[in-house]
Design a protein around this ligand. Structure first.
Ligand SMILES: [Zn+2]
Length: 407
């Protein structure tokens, strides 16, 4: 064995388990495993979870909040401010910031990410190429899926259509889109599908990011998904507009989303910051209706989106903090709701990203996190230290902390 973990809590209803790891895989899970291991970890009843899956993040524009502030706090100004900064990015600059963001994510137990990497005629492929390079460089520490992302629109920013194809040729894993920031919307969606089909890749849209539900295109995305036989291969981020719909209008959309097997990434850290800026009182939450979608059977994920920029001027790259934020915001703190939150940053995004051999089971990849907490239900609300992070069967992070009470 390469690693033997003793007495870990992997579920609420079973005994503590020993987990044996060899050649990057979990080879045994039993009540008691004896034998030699290169590394012995005594979990002592602590919770072991599969590696956290960050399903929606922007590495290339992380950590730039101090360069040019978004004073109004609106989405419009966030796009404007970032649009001004992007042509000033150099490869060295992107690399330094993206690496810092990756280290934050790794430190906090993230083993897989999907990053939206943008390009447009004003900044070229500066950020995109750098992220593609980091994908290779970090492959033993964190798996990176790169989305070819046209943040400024495809038709609005002339020359971007050709760049979409170039990005796919350069090895992008996913085709991105942003129907709410382009026109004509349907043609934008159609083109994204056309590119995805050409390269046989999944799709991930920045979708219906508004306080109201005027002009939403999620229904068209669902219909197109079904028409093209793309069920289970399309994800959407934000989808805040659906929070503005009454039950009778929301339900048929949820039905359609299920038929199309759409996964949803809710991004509360960003959406709470940018949303409802025109509300003077009774300010709306302006966040994806997580409970309604979850209860309707939609594969719900929680993700970070941005770390310290004009869209989200805070964040530590910690998915457990994002999940903690979602608990009060989306009313997920009830006894029946709380157990559904951890899957939104582990198994649900793993499904959305199409990860193979993910999870805790014999034969699965040994991508694991040992939390400094002893009850599975406390895995989020304790915001526990990530004592050990294991990636591909190797310990990548160890956390040691000393707290002294001087009284
Ligand atoms: Zn995003």
């Amino acid at each position: 064995m390469d690693i033997l973990i003793k007495k870990a809590r992997i579920s609420n209803d079973e005994n503590l388990k020993d987990i044996a790891i060899k050649d990057g895989k979990i080879i045994k899970i039993e009540d008691n495993i004896e034998g030699e291991a290169l590394r012995l970890i005594n979990a002592d009843g602590r919770v072991l979870i599969p590696g956290l899956v960050e399903s929606h993040i922007h590495l290339d524009k992380a950590l730039i909040a101090d360069r040019l502030p978004n004073k109004s706090g609106t989405l419009k100004e966030a796009i404007e401010v970032t649009g001004k900064l992007k042509p000033t990015f150099t490869k060295e600059d992107v690399e330094e910031r993206a690496k810092k963001a990756l280290m934050m994510l790794v430190k906090n137990g993230t083993t897989h990410i999907r990053t939206h990497s943008e390009f447009d005629p004003s900044q070229g492929f500066t950020g995109f190429e750098t992220v593609m390079k980091l994908k290779k460089e970090f492959k033993d520490i964190i798996d990176i899926q790169v989305v070819a992302f046209p943040q400024e629109g495809i038709f609005k920013a002339e020359g971007t259509e050709e760049m979409m194809y170039q990005a796919m040729e350069m090895g992008a894993d996913v085709v991105g889109g942003i129907p709410y920031n382009d026109h004509p919307t349907k043609e934008h969606i159609d083109l994204v599908f056309e590119i995805a089909k050409k390269y046989d890749k999944p799709i991930d849209f920045h979708q219906d990011f508004k306080d109201d539900a005027d002009g939403i295109s999620i229904e068209y995305v669902c219909k197109k998904t079904i028409e093209e036989g793309y069920q289970g291969r399309v994800s959407v981020g934000h989808l805040t507009s659906l929070a503005a719909l009454p039950k009778e209008k929301l339900e048929p959309i949820i039905e359609l989303m299920n038929e199309a097997q759409i996964s949803v990434m809710s991004l509360p850290a960003t959406d709470l910051h940018l949303g409802a800026r025109n509300d003077e009182y009774n300010v709306r939450r302006a966040v994806t209706p997580v409970r309604a979608l979850r209860d309707g059977g939609v594969n719900m994920c929680l993700a970070t989106n941005n770390i310290r920029n004009a869209f989200t001027p805070y964040g530590n790259g910690d998915l457990i903090q994002i999940a903690m934020l979602a608990i009060p915001v989306s009313h997920l703190g009830g006894a029946d709701d709380l157990p559904t939150v951890l899957p939104m940053i582990t198994t649900n995004p793993a499904k959305a990203l199409g990860l193979k051999d993910y999870g805790i089971g014999v034969g699965k990849n040994a991508d694991l996190v040992l939390l400094d907490t002893k009850a599975l239900n406390d895995a989020i609300i304790d915001i526990p230290d990530r004592l050990f992070v294991i990636k591909n069967g190797k310990v990548t992070v160890e956390t040691e902390k000393t707290i002294k009470f001087n009284f």
